[in-house]
Write a protein of this length. Structure first.
Length: 87
């Protein structure tokens, strides 16, 4: 899965959870506060992303997430690492 695919899925997911936000206005630099996501919304977003992408977020790294791009980059890095080609 490409970073662009991951970004698109995260944006669509966020837009489905937040009222009055057009997906076209969400991008990698969109911060969670400006999207109206409180701390509980962020926890739910990360939980759902773990299910969708098959990754587990590191609690220490998650504390530093402030925008959509942070989640996308983390998933891209860890999803690729988990998808090792067979020898």
């Amino acid at each position: 899965m490409t970073t662009e695919n991951i970004e698109e899925k995260i944006i669509v997911f966020i837009a489905s959870k937040v009222e009055n936000v057009d997906p076209a206005t969400i991008n990698r630099s969109s911060d969670f506060e400006s999207l109206g996501l409180d701390s509980m919304d962020r926890v739910q977003l990360l939980f759902d992303a773990e299910e969708i992408f098959g990754v587990t977020f590191d609690d220490e790294e998650v504390k530093n997430f402030s925008c959509v791009g942070d989640i996308v980059d983390y998933i891209s890095k860890h999803h690729s690492a988990d998808q090792s080609p067979e020898a």
